[in-house]
Design a protein around this ligand. Sequence first.
Ligand SMILES: CC(=O)/C=C/C=C(C)/C=C/C1=C(C)CCCC1(C)C
Ligand SMILES: CC(/C=C/C=O)=C\C=C\C=O
Ligand SMILES: [Fe+2]
Length: 594
Amino acid sequence: MIRFPRYLYDQISNVVFKPYINLTSPSLLVPQITITFPLLPMASMISSMSSVKSYGFPPGVGVSGIARISPIFGIPRVSTKKTKTATVNVATDLPGIQSPLEKEMVEDRKLVAWTSVRQERWEGELVVEGEIPKWLSGTYLRNGPGLWHVGDYNFRHLFDGYATLVGLHFNNGHLTMGHRQIESEAYKAAKNSNKLCYREFSEVPKHDSFLAYIGDLANLFSGASLTDNANTGVVKLADGRVVCLTETIKGSIVVDPNTLDTLEKFEYTDSWGGLIHSAHPIVTDSEFITLLPDLINPGYMVARMDPGTNERKVIGRVDCRGGPSPGWVHSFPVTEHYVIVPEMPLRYCAQNLLKAEPTPLYKFRWYPESKAFMHVMCKASGKIVASVEVPLFVTFHFINAYEEKDEDGRITGVIADCCEHHADTTILDNLRLQNLRSWSGEDVLPDARVGRFRIPMDGSEKGELFAALNADEHGRGMDMCSINPSFLGKPYRYVYACGAQRPCNFPNTLTKIDLVDGKAKNWYDEGAVPSEPYFVARPGAVEEDDGVVISMISDKNGEGYALILDGSTFEEIARAKFPYGLPYGLHGCWVPKN
Ligand SMILES: CC(=O)/C=C/C=C(C)/C=C/C1=C(C)CCCC1(C)C
Ligand SMILES: CC(/C=C/C=O)=C\C=C\C=O
Ligand SMILES: [Fe+2]
């Protein structure tokens, strides 16, 4: 049994135990281990062990000792000593061994969704079980925070992790997979200095002195200390560029969808400045629309960027009706003619931004007395055509929105759907890594629903919020949604999302919701954590659900696979096992071939 920190254990695919005879003192058997990283044979480390104890397993198996191992970002050393070798495969041999420490390690592997990615990059062909439709030709990219530590320091929150980009390349029924870390300044600095250097979602770099603290505050206001760790989503712009994004504007990074290489920063050439934006712009073949919260004069700038440019042009501005600051806008929806600007009572909070230690709501604060609003801005004129008070709500993700018309074709209202957490902010705390990693079997995932806003366009002061269907249909879990992109901004019927099979501490099913029938079809693999189900339409499809749904699964054995479901039946049509389990990821996009 070789003991080392959890994060290192997960980096390792193979351990070679090498006892050798010390020639100057032949009675002395000196143990050594070689630790090999999967598919990177050069990246192996050799380390001597202090105490050795055999458990009576075959040679090389069941040996205990404390291994001296260089840190994760260190340069592996290679031994030149002559050795006899015996091989232990950690993945296959250790699970059979039942010492308490070994049990703990096996448990760790099961938490692969919440365990740092085990190496910087990998690429290879996957074996496909079932049949991938031949028409599925292109790359599914998924971004997310996949590395949650620097050296020995472990991050707190799911959203803190350094971005891991995964690519599934589909070609004529074949599938190759690759993953790699996005080379943000924040990631590179952490790697080089072995410490956190930029402010992440919940993490703030430690200061050596009071002077350094003051300097950091200045850097906070200029944005210099904010992270550029583009770990939330990835979008394909109409001009073909693929950009990874997060909530900080500087965290916009152009990547190569084929190699997953980090290419360059996406620099905005306009002078709008600002430090933060919505992590989910609306991106289509003709549109890029984003929201820029204004923390000084509480409000939001709504901006558009034309394909082939890096210049945002302002469509209009919404002044907040509540205060003292704008509500968090992780995402927002659009209809054919309008941009819908949500004003959630979970608002950015300047005081919390200044704090070195995280508050229960991180950089935000819940202001129920400030009320909640939905604003509707005309895309063409930038005018606010409706602004209504709505019941309090909490959402990360809007699903879609569309215009309601009367029989004469006049717009009477707007419907906007979101993954709504019953105006309860505890979901943010649930996403702390400690909570995700220490599930005791209790049902602790707060209820969520498809929250449907109806915003009247007749000058009424209030809008409605209700559940679009009975949330028991999807186990009262609801987040990480996608739709058929051709239905963006239009009346639509189907939502793909992560739902729940209870008890659970995190959404653990894939669900296809039929908003017309108020029914859901659910996919479930016991103990697995599926990531956002992403709908890709079949070229030439007429039906809204004619296509496939792609998700990546981190399973209960610490392994993982790509899953392809039929968009219509929601039945599995293919799966392909990854070489090792991957951490959970957030949002994806589809880059068609050519
Ligand atoms: C991963 C995800 O969904 C959200 C990430 C959010 C981030 C990185 C937020 C960062 C922020 C700061 C570093 C300071 C300013 C406020 C805020 C935008 C929350
Ligand atoms: C993963 C998540 C919420 C799950 C709750 O049910 C939210 C992710 C937000 C960022 O993209
Ligand atoms: Fe998101």
